[in-house]
Ligand binder design. Structure first.
Ligand SMILES: Nc1ncnc2c1ncn2[C@@H]1O[C@H](COP(=O)(O)OP(=O)(O)OP(=O)(O)O)[C@@H](O)[C@H]1O
Length: 613
């Protein structure tokens, strides 16, 4: 991608340097569209805060000159008119109060915008995540992008806008100072600006270095975040304690920190020492001009009041220059981080173009024709030339060793992945041509690693069909079918019982109980005509499993069901059994046929039956 190259190269040219500011406009747009009102107030207050400091310096001059004149009057006539001086003092106090008000207003706007923008950007990041494919989440490089965007990007647009406004504010101040300073000498303006440039260049260089460091080491930072999760989350606590993994993982965690810290320290030290030495140039320039102004006052070229004003202007001008320059280098840094956010948000996700709501042959069921598939980045295919036909009312069981490719087949069937070759048809229509929602509503699936949501029990069941996520009646019907109703009845708040331990009053369920909840979730899709259960009963006791399958069969008589199980007592009930070995179908038929063939199935079946004897 074009816009990533400049960040990976270590020596950005001027063009690239300017190019990097291209996210400023988008950040401004983002702030503007988040709250026009706040953005406008922010801009106006910035202008006010920019203009007023010069007014303070100017009134200061009038005060000092007024005082000097008054002293002269006092010495000559014994009385002096102090009204003007006092009026100027009051005016200066008023302007200073206005500046303080404007500054307070700016920080209020910033605080409010920060909250709104954080929420807006996090929502953008999450909305994008919803459009991603499963393969994106399994791609470590892409996952890095997502994590980086989540970690840093939410605060950067506002920071960029704040800095831009700060720059404008300081720019306005500088112009107003320059207008007054030029009356003394145009050289002072030049000294003022030139004094800050070396420090700025160093800042900009180190901002780039810091960003590159951030990018390079994001896998390590992710590992750190992961270790934090493992060390501090309830679902790992059992193993961490019993296997005494804690100290080992903590050591790893520290080692990563130490490595990262060493790099950070090096960069911080370099950044600050260069910043200090180059900052000295500014200080020398300042004191040079200071002496020049003081000498001019002694020679009577300027009045005492003017000297006070010029010194004040020069001092404030110097801090405005260094604030502007550090705003620019900060903007550079923010832009770099924003490039991350936009890289993530602009990641192209080829959307399924399908628009069809139904197929040309309703009732034809599911057909796989010569389907082959290799995971992205893998060398060996996981599935090779798999074909079968499943009609409404039929049940299919998939059998095979661990890693044979059974779950992958389900992922293809549910269009989470796309076959590399071959076709999968539902009602005679290729899955790719189905409209996403229409397809999803036809299929109910529970994977072996189903989600255990830290929500209410009812919602955990309702998750199976978003249309009825909060519908009690549907929860109850599904729970009866999935045989979870008797468990739920015993819970303190029935369907409203919170599950998991993350929230107050949460109840934990046993593995088998969770599976019944997941099974009920599958039954939420009452209109689905393909139900897929990927080892849903693995942790249930044998009696429960047998009852559940009988029940499952009765309830899904007119539907297609696909079952993956390592328990042959269950598998044998299926109308069609397919044995997969290393991604290929090696045997197919009903239980009797396969037993008669005396092949792999018969061998595995007898092996298990043997175990039960
Ligand atoms: N997301 C993935 N990316 C890359 N390879 C994967 C991915 N998921 C699974 N695999 C690989 O594909 C092969 C088949 O995995 P799959 O999960 O389909 O097996 P399975 O038959 O369901 O096994 P099990 O009985 O253990 O559940 C395995 O070798 C596995 O390592």
């Amino acid at each position: 991608m074009k816009h990533t190259t400049y960040m990976t190269e270590s020596d950005p040219s001027h063009k690239r340097y300017l190019d990097v500011f291209r996210y400023s406009r988008r950040a401004l747009e983002l702030v503007w569209t988040t709250s026009k009102q706040l953005a406008l107030i922010f801009a106006i207050l910035t202008l006010i805060a920019g203009i007023l400091p010069a007014a303070v310096a100017w009134i200061g001059q009038l005060i000092v000159d007024g005082v000097v004149t008054a002293i002269g009057q006092q010495q000559q006539t014994g009385t002096a008119d102090t009204t003007f001086v006092l009026l100027f003092v009051i005016a200066e106090a008023g302007v200073v109060a206005l500046i303080a008000g404007a500054q307070r207003g700016i920080s209020t706007c910033q605080a409010l915008l920060r909250a709104l923008m954080g929420q807006r950007i996090n929502t953008l990041i999450l909305e994008k995540a919803l459009t991603l494919k499963l393969s994106h989440f399994e791609d470590s490089e892409f996952y890095d992008k997502l994590t980086r965007a989540r970690r840093e990007a939410s605060t950067r647009p506002l920071s960029l806008v704040t800095r831009t406004f700060g720059l404008v504010q300081n720019g306005i101040s500088l112009v107003s100072y320059a207008i007054l300073l030029v009356q003394f000498s145009p050289w002072t303006v030049l000294i003022l600006i030139a004094g800050g440039v070396p420090e700025f260049l160093a800042e900009a260089k180190f901002s780039g270095d810091k960003f590159r460091l951030f990018r390079w080491r994001s896998p390590e930072t992710r590992m750190q975040m992961y270790l934090e999760t493992v060390l501090a989350r309830e679902d790992y606590a059992k193993e961490v304690k019993l296997f005494r993994l804690g100290p080992l993982l903590l050591r790893r965690y520290r080692a990563i920190f130490e490595k990262l810290f060493a790099e950070d320290r090096k960069l911080t030290l370099r950044r600050d020492s260069w910043g200090f030495f180059l900052g000295l140039i500014g200080t020398v320039a300042f004191y040079g001009a200071y002496s020049w102004i003081a000498l001019s006052a002694i020679k009577g070229v300027i009045s005492l009041g003017q000297m006070t004003m010029y010194l004040m202007l020069f001092k404030q001008g110097q801090s405005a220059v260094s604030a502007s320059l550090s705003a620019i280098s900060g903007m550079y840094e923010d832009n770099l981080y924003l490039s991350n956010l936009y890289e993530y948000l602009e990641q192209e996700v080829p959307q399924q173009a399908g628009l069809m709501q139904c197929g040309p042959q309703p009732g034809d069921g599911v057909r796989l024709e010569q389907v082959s598939f290799t995971y992205p980045g893998a060398e060996e295919p996981v599935l090779q030339e798999v074909s079968f036909h499943l009609q409404p009312g039929e049940s299919l069981a998939l059998v095979g060793e661990n890693g044979a490719g059974k779950t992958t087949l389900i992922k293809l069937l549910t269009r989470l992945y796309q076959p590399d070759s071959g076709r999968i048809l539902l009602d005679g229509l290729d899955l790719q041509k189905w409209q996403a929602d229409a397809l999803r509503s036809r299929i109910g699936v529970i994977f072996q690693d189903f989600g255990r949501y830290q929500f209410k029990v009812g919602e955990n069941i309702g998750a199976g069909d978003v249309n009825y996520f909060e519908d009690r009646q549907h929860w109850q019907q599904a729970a009866e079918k999935g045989m979870a109703d008797s468990i739920i009845e015993k819970l303190p708040e029935k369907y409203d019982t919170q599950l998991g331990k993350w929230f107050k009053g949460g109840r934990e369920l046993s593995g088998g109980q969770w599976q019944k909840i997941a099974l009920s979730r599958a039954f939420m899709r009452s209109e689905a005509d393909l139900l897929v259960l990927d080892e849903p009963t693995a942790t249930m006791d044998a009696a429960a499993e047998a009852t559940i399958f009988e029940h499952f069969r009765d309830l899904s008589r007119d539907k297609m069901t696909i079952l993956i199980s390592h328990r042959f007592s269950t598998v044998r009930m299926a109308d069609q059994i397919i044995v997969i070995e290393k991604g290929r179908i090696v045997e197919r038929g009903c239980h009797e046929q396969l037993m008669n063939q005396n092949g792999q199935y018969a061998y595995l079946f007898s092996l298990q039956a043997e175990g039960y004897r």
